[in-house]
Design a protein around this ligand. Structure first.
Ligand code: MN
Length: 520
């Protein structure tokens, strides 16, 4: 019998999934409302292109009335001529709708609160008055040619009968879609099922959306249940970005629908990892390492038992192959590693130690781990080279670096390296001195060894402004990734050191690995 990634996934208790689930991505609107995040029009455009490529049906590009930059961003995304429908958010006020019309968006996400709490304390309006607003706003938007998605804000804390009245009013005024928002993330699985089933049966012929927040960690589960109860479209964000604890995470929903429920979506799941990285880089909010699907540890294995299992058959400790989402499997060496894992990583580096050498390398790795050190690939390479008596060549050497920063000065760096004895110069400008220095190093080296900096993090080891800092980086070249650290009192120099250590390891490993390939 063939065993592997296929297993009995059980029977769904709810199975009114639409034939194809639609995705409305709101990374650029609700996601941008993440505290501390604001995207320039240029960066919004980059993300919108990627979302379109990913296959989302609707891109909620922003909130047109918020600022000039927001208006410009939406306009530019509209003019890009993407396949996805481009949408702008709006409150139930005429000036907001006018801004959406001016933005040239295809559709309006009209958000109107329906709970008594919001009506009394936020809008200070009666239920009757609200129905009037719904009618007026939907008609006004429809008169101006917009596709209208009417969202009931705080719907899950609203009187269900009134909620139905709001939707009925909106639909008879011309709304194209209705949406139930779990604005503060209080739905349970059971209530999600009941509420969505009820609204589905009341309005059997209208597109129904679900919009969940993750305050209690249930956003993805509630979204999937809502879809199973008959909702057609799900609102989600990349990396689960959003206010407070965030929105439902697009990548988690897309992968669960595909692999657990066998439901069709337009999402090209193999682009999820790269989309996640782009959004993380441009928003500055990186997913936690143990984040499902896109966290840096989602497909990493350290413990001896797990690494051994995964090396024998990946499905032993992986629910899906990492390629499904465009990620790569990594076996990580450290205190918990077993000899199989260490051997596999060394082989990937093109090193084939004898059994005796392997045992010594293994011992030294454990020793480093026991001292509380994170064992990087560069450490492992250095240990292996020393144990195996190999020449440790460092093809890239730093000769000179200058960094200029200050008030009214664009942070600028120039660097002179020696690559295989040949002098190479690179320059870079960045948002700060570290960024400039790293860009300069990357530029200098790009012709020889173009690499991608996948991860960069800094830790102050001691306190105070004279603290020793440790910079950790992960570099990638094709399928090969290496981790390394730089430790200095100067953060710029620590960063450059980490980069150069990593690049040297990449070049060395690359050379060894290609020499060891059986047929060229
Ligand atoms: Mn929201």
């Amino acid at each position: 019998m063939r065993v592997g990634y296929k297993w009995n996934r059980g029977i769904a208790l709810f199975n009114r999934f639409p034939e194809k689930v639609r995705f409305l991505d709101t990374t650029l609107r609700d996601g941008e409302q993440t505290p501390g995040v604001s995207l320039t029009p240029d960066n919004k455009l980059l993300i919108a292109r990627q979302l379109d490529e990913l296959g989302v049906d609707v891109i909620e590009a922003g909130f047109a009335s918020v600022s000039n930059g927001e208006m410009e961003a939406i306009k530019r995304i509209v003019r890009e001529g993407l396949k996805a429908e481009i949408c702008s958010c709006s409150r139930g006020v005429k000036s907001d709708i006018d801004a959406v019309i001016e933005s040239e968006a295809d559709s309006i996400h009209l958000v109107i609160p329906t709970s008594d709490l919001h009506l009394q304390y936020k809008l200070k309006k009666t239920r009757e008055a609200l129905l009037g607003i719904v009618e007026e706003c939907v008609q006004y938007a429809k008169d101006h040619g917009l596709i209208v998605e009417l969202s009931a804000e705080d719907a899950t804390r609203s009187d269900v009968q009134f909620l139905k009245q709001v939707f009925a009013t909106g639909l008879s005024s011309g709304a194209d879609r209705i949406c139930i928002c779990d604005t503060v993330g209080v739905l349970t699985i059971e209530r999600a099922y009941k509420l969505f089933s009820e609204i589905r049966s009341t309005f059997p012929n209208n597109l129904l959306s679900v919009h969940c927040h993750n305050d209690l960690g249930l956003a993805v589960a509630n979204s999937i249940v809502a879809l199973g109860a008959g909702a057609d479209q799900v609102h989600a964000t990349i990396n689960g970005l959003g206010e407070r604890a965030g929105n439902a995470s697009l990548e988690e929903i897309a992968v669960a629908l595909k692999t657990l429920y066998n439901v069709k979506t337009g999402i090209k799941t193999e682009l999820l990892y790269s989309t996640s990285r782009l959004v993380a880089r441009l928003t500055g909010i990186y997913p936690q390492p143990n984040k499902a699907i896109v966290g840096e540890n989602a497909f990493a294995h350290e413990s001896g038992i797990h690494a051994h299992g995964v090396l024998s058959h990946p499905a032993t400790y992986e629910p899906i192959p990492p390629e499904t989402v465009g990620a790569v499997r990594r076996v990580v060496v450290g205190k918990h590693a077993g000899s199989h894992g260490v051997k596999a990583v060394l082989e990937e580096m093109g090193l084939k130690p004898s059994q005796e050498q392997l045992e010594e390398i293994f011992r030294q790795v454990k020793e480093l781990g026991d001292k509380g050190k994170r064992v990087t690939d560069v450490d492992l390479l250095a240990i292996a080279e020393q144990v195996m008596g190999l020449k440790s060549a460092r093809p890239i050497l730093l000769e000179e670096i200058t960094v200029v920063t200050g008030n009214k000065v664009t942070p600028t760096a120039s660097v002179r390296l020696k690559i295989n004895g040949r002098p190479v110069i690179g320059t870079g400008i960045g948002v700060g001195p570290v960024d400039a220095a790293i860009i300069a190093v990357k530029n200098a080296i790009s012709e020889v060894e173009p690499v991608i900096l996948e991860q960069y993090s800094v830790k102050a080891i001691t306190g105070g402004t004279d603290a020793v800092v440790e910079v950790f980086v992960r570099l990638r070249k094709g399928d090969l990734t290496v981790t390394s650290v730089g430790v200095r009192e100067d953060i710029v120099m620590a960063s450059v050191e980490a980069m150069l250590n990593g690049m040297n390891a990449l070049v060395t490993i690359n050379n060894k690995a290609s020499r060891n390939k059986p047929d060229g």
